[in-house]
Design a protein around this ligand. Structure first.
Ligand SMILES: Nc1ncnc2c1ncn2[C@@H]1O[C@H](COP(=O)(O)OP(=O)(O)O)[C@@H](O)[C@H]1O
Ligand SMILES: O=P(O)(O)OC[C@H]1O[C@](O)(CO)[C@@H](O)[C@@H]1O
Ligand SMILES: [Mg+2]
Length: 460
């Protein structure tokens, strides 16, 4: 496995579009009890039933937070009312502020792992944000100077007046107990709840001056990881809308692939609005080679594709058989080369039978992914390739054998002839420093090692 990891390190990757500051709160029972007594258990329960899909007022936040705590699922909900920023800041002291966003997290990870070159792009780059990127020669931000593409360290490329986006992250831990009225809630898994800020001023796009250079960037790199589409809004005050930005996003992928047919991984993230979610799936997935997502996200996607019962089963029970079935549907309907699903207890790849990698190769790629996530969960951050070894010391979760058994059962029940499906149990850290970004870490490790293995086979 180490050899595949070393081959992955030789790769160069392009990343776009989202960076932000993650302001993290380590939730304590007292926080929750205070919120419940302030807003009233009955009111909260009622709002939980309504299942608000954006945060307009404090009770929307509390309702969705408690839903996440009750299910132990990773969730993200957009904050659309800028007036309640102060409500949050009065109630919570942020324990840590760190680099967030798929681009920010993956860029720092791959740069610290000594990948050959990481080109990280976001349409905004403020000074404070630039300072959060690791300062290493292999991590570069693309700018255009005198009509030419120049790759600079983020700290040499920031723009004074660019906005900063701060997301609030609520880290919760397995075993926390509290009362909502008469109901006793015990948190079943550790995870994070994201209050994602959505500002008009930050658009998910490649700025016009850089756009003509995307084919050149595609030529320099070996692959691209794209994410941030979840930040697109339905409508903007200047008349632009989601269709406009999705058309632009499609152009970007085609431009990146123009000179060299690089593989593109899309890291999916929660999109609460059903219409927007559907648009992102139907516009972007067919242009991607690989897509990554967590168990809440696969359920949301299947809902959009018209499989609500299967979606509910996956969300509520996380059964392997259902995830395989759902994964096959997504792979086929959106015509992907490979789909990667990360859940608390297992990681899964689904490809078509003709994928050039063997099942063993695919499994090794997932092993690299979970090892990196375990290292990050244990250390808080991955600072050098040496940290990979820390992940290797983390044992597989207690359901490891059960996962394998259920997978064998699923294989007997489901039609598998046209597919390659592999699954591994996760290496799960009992008391993670934080969990936000572990999925991004898994996807970066999985996709880069997948590319390295294709290269080894001589097919990429
Ligand atoms: N304590 C832990 N130790 C190791 N891996 C973990 C731990 N907690 C979660 N993970 C992994 O991280 C994944 C989280 O992915 P995801 O929800 O996409 O997070 P994010 O979007 O914040 O990166 C889980 O599916 C699981 O595989
Ligand atoms: O949807 P947004 O606002 O770009 O935020 C993405 C969020 O997902 C993460 O990248 C984790 O996957 C966080 O660091 C970040 O807050
Ligand atoms: Mg994720």
């Amino acid at each position: 496995m180490i050899d595949i990891f070393q081959e992955a390190q030789k790769l160069s990757l392009y990343l776009a579009y989202n960076i932000n500051v993650d302001a993290i709160v380590y939730l304590k029972t007292e926080h929750i009890e205070k919120l419940i007594s302030e807003l009233g258990a009955e009111n909260i329960r009622r709002r939980m039933d309504e299942y608000p899909r954006e945060i307009n007022e404090p009770i929307d936040f509390v309702a969705r937070l408690i839903h996440a705590l009750k299910t132990g699922k990773p969730m993200a909900v957009p904050l659309v009312n800028e007036k309640i920023h102060t409500w949050f800041d009065k109630r919570f002291k942020y324990d840590v502020e760190r680099m967030g966003g798929q681009v920010g997290i993956i860029a720092n990870l791959l740069a610290n792992l000594d990948f050959k070159k990481v080109i990280a792009y976001s349409p905004v780059l403020a000074k404070r944000q630039a300072q959060m990127f690791v300062n290493k020669p292999n991590l570069l931000y693309p700018v255009v100077e005198n009509g030419k593409l120049v790759l600079k360290k983020p700290i040499e490329a920031y723009r004074e007046n660019d906005p900063i986006k701060v997301n609030r992250i609520f880290e919760f831990r397995k075993g926390m107990r509290f009362k909502l009225g008469n109901e006793i809630i015990e948190v079943p898994h550790s995870g994070r709840f994201i209050v994602a800020s959505r500002f008009e001023s930050i658009r998910i796009e490649t700025k016009e001056n850089l756009k003509p250079f995307l084919p050149e960037i595609g030529e320099i790199v070996d692959g691209a990881i794209l994410s941030g589409y979840q930040g697109i809004k339905k409508r903007y005050s200047d008349g632009k809308d989601a269709n406009y930005y999705l058309r632009k996003a499609k152009e970007d992928i085609m431009l990146l692939k123009r000179k060299k047919d690089i593989k593109v991984h899309v890291e999916f993230a929660s999109i609460q609005d059903r219409e927007l979610r559907k648009k992102v799936i139907y516009n972007i997935f067919p242009l991607a080679d690989s897509v990554g997502m967590d168990e809440s996200e696969i359920a949301y996607i299947l809902n959009s594709l018209g499989y609500p019962k299967l979606a509910d089963r996956i969300f509520n029970y996380n059964r392997i058989e259902d995830t395989v079935l759902g994964g096959k549907i997504i792979l086929d309907e959106l015509n992907l080369e490979i789909l990667q699903i990360h859940t608390i207890y297992y990681l899964m790849y689904i490809t078509h039978k003709d994928n050039p990698l063997s099942e063993d190769g695919l499994r090794q790629s997932l092993e690299i992914a979970t090892t990196l996530a375990a290292a990050r969960a244990f250390l808080g951050d991955i600072k050098s390739p040496e940290d990979f070894k820390v992940g290797l010391k983390v044992p597989y979760n207690e359901y490891g054998e059960f996962v394998k058994l259920r997978f064998e059962e699923a294989k007997r029940k489901l039609r598998m002839k046209e597919y390659k499906v592999v699954i591994i149990p996760t290496r799960l850290v009992k008391n993670p420093v934080s969990t936000v970004g572990l999925g991004d870490t898994i996807s970066a490790g999985a996709f880069s090692s997948y590319l390295a293995l294709l290269r080894r086979k001589g097919v990429y």
